[in-house]
Design a protein around this ligand. Structure first.
Ligand SMILES: Cc1cc2nc3c(=O)[nH]c(=O)nc-3n(C[C@H](O)[C@H](O)[C@H](O)COP(=O)(O)O)c2cc1C
Ligand code: SF4
Ligand code: SF4
Length: 378
């Protein structure tokens, strides 16, 4: 419960105790690998596991070539069940990273393993035999097929993550919208060299839970990802206990001090759409104007959304602030005596103020992403 109060993260009815995940590495990340790191991670994607004849043959070919490791077995359901059984007593939310060549292959696995697991579609792998078998990066060039896999998994009512590499699909914003429309729950993004600007672009395109990945090995990089839209970060190559423990301790300390672990930067400092929670009343010519235009919300509507969402909360107070209420006030990292005086007078702490801003941001996001895109692949 303490972790839920701190980070507010839950997947499959299980609290995610820290916003750090293990990303899949074929032939390496299995239950044993996860359990050795369980104290410092909130979720883990074991695998990748190939789940049908074409992808299992591709895995055998990759392993035989001798350059990369693969998990090899005859019966994927038996192997995955055995791995998940080993993780059963752990408080890490389990996920399986799967390589399959048809919607039916994914559905069969979900029906066999049940709904306590996150099903992650590997649309990331670029090994030629796997791409040739119609999975991994193949899906990023064939979005209708990818959406069909998402829909098949959702027909089993399970949580679906899609692991992608940024910059491969023709437009990552369209990809994000399409996956949202098809019913995906999580987008796990290997950002490659694109960094936080790409993450912000994806955050501004869909309301899915976002896991940022690639070289997120220090607190500074992790914070950069959180302040541009990540809900979790994940590590693969540098997922040693020392690195994970350091990141976990740092984000816990930061959150206990600041209140909102993934608070966005202010909009005018490059923040994502969640940053509207910190925006002033839209009365001047500044980045809020094009942002509201892009998301199709008028200034008047925006004013109404914020004031309605803050009704009955202490954010309504603050007659000595610029716009007469804390609803329009900035992030605590921007120094301001008027805001801080109000916070103090109302018996709030800076941390509690940030938590209220987080709730307000959630209400704004609900409104911005109210209309789910039409799923045109069916
Ligand atoms: C040896 C190795 C195997 C990998 N296997 C998979 C895989 O099976 N499925 C997948 O989605 N990503 C796979 N990845 C990609 C990682 O999950 C991750 O996206 C990538 O390494 C970048 O993150 P990092 O900088 O934390 O390592 C693999 C990476 C490595 C190095
Ligand atoms: S409304 Fe205020 S916080 Fe938002 S972009 Fe404009 S100046 Fe920045
Ligand atoms: S009172 Fe301070 S925190 Fe509030 S809007 Fe004005 S400058 Fe920002």
């Amino acid at each position: 419960m303490e972790s839920f109060e701190r980070f507010g993260l839950m997947i499959n009815d299980k609290v995610v105790k820290t916003p750090i995940a293990l990303a899949a590495m074929a032939g390496m990340v299995d239950a044993g690998y996860v359990l050795a790191r369980a104290d410092h991670i909130g979720a883990a994607f074991i695998g990748g596991y190939s789940i049908d004849e074409p992808t299992m043959a591709a895995s055998r070919a990759i392993a035989a070539a001798g350059e990369r490791r693969e998990f090899l077995y005859d019966d994927p359901v038996a192997e995955l069940s055995a791995q998940l059984r080993k993780m059963k007593g752990s408080d890490v939310v389990p996920g399986v990273n799967l390589r399959g060549s048809s919607p039916a292959s994914f559905l069969a696995i979900a029906e066999a393993l049940g709904d306590a697991v996150i099903y992650e579609i590997d649309a990331h792998c670029r090994q030629a035999p796997l791409v040739g078998a119609g999975c991994g990066e193949y899906y990023l060039h064939n979005l209708k097929e990818l959406a069909a896999v998402v829909r098949a998994l959702k027909s089993a009512d399970v949580t679906v993550s899609v692991k992608i590499r940024a910059g491969i699909a023709a437009d990552d914003r369209v990809l994000a919208k399409k996956l949202w429309g098809a019913g995906a729950d999580i987008l796990h993004v290997d950002l490659m060299d694109f960094g936080s600007a790409k993450l912000r672009q994806i955050r501004n395109s869909c309301p899915l839970m976002l896991i940022a990945n690639n070289s997120i090995n220090s607190f500074d990089v992790m914070k950069e990802m959180f302040s541009h839209g990540a809900d979790l970060v994940s590590l693969a190559r540098k997922s040693d206990i020392r690195t994970l423990a350091g990141l976990d301790a740092a984000i816990t300390r930061y959150t206990d001090d600041q209140g909102w672990y993934n608070s966005p930067k202010q909009l005018c400092r490059g923040g994502d759409v969640r940053a509207l929670t910190f925006c002033c009343m839209p009365v001047k010519d500044c980045p809020i104007i094009p942002t509201l235009k892009r998301i199709g919300i008028s200034k008047e509507e925006f004013q109404e959304i914020k004031t309605d969402a803050a009704k009955g909360t202490l954010l309504e107070r603050g007659q000595h602030t610029c716009f007469g209420s804390l609803v329009w006030c900035c992030k605590t990292s921007s120094p301001c005596v008027f805001r801080d005086m109000t916070i103090q007078q109302e018996g709030l702490t800076g941390k509690e103020y940030m938590r209220l801003k987080r709730e307000l941001s959630g209400a704004i996001m609900d409104r911005v992403f109210y209309d789910k895109p039409h799923d045109d692949a069916g």
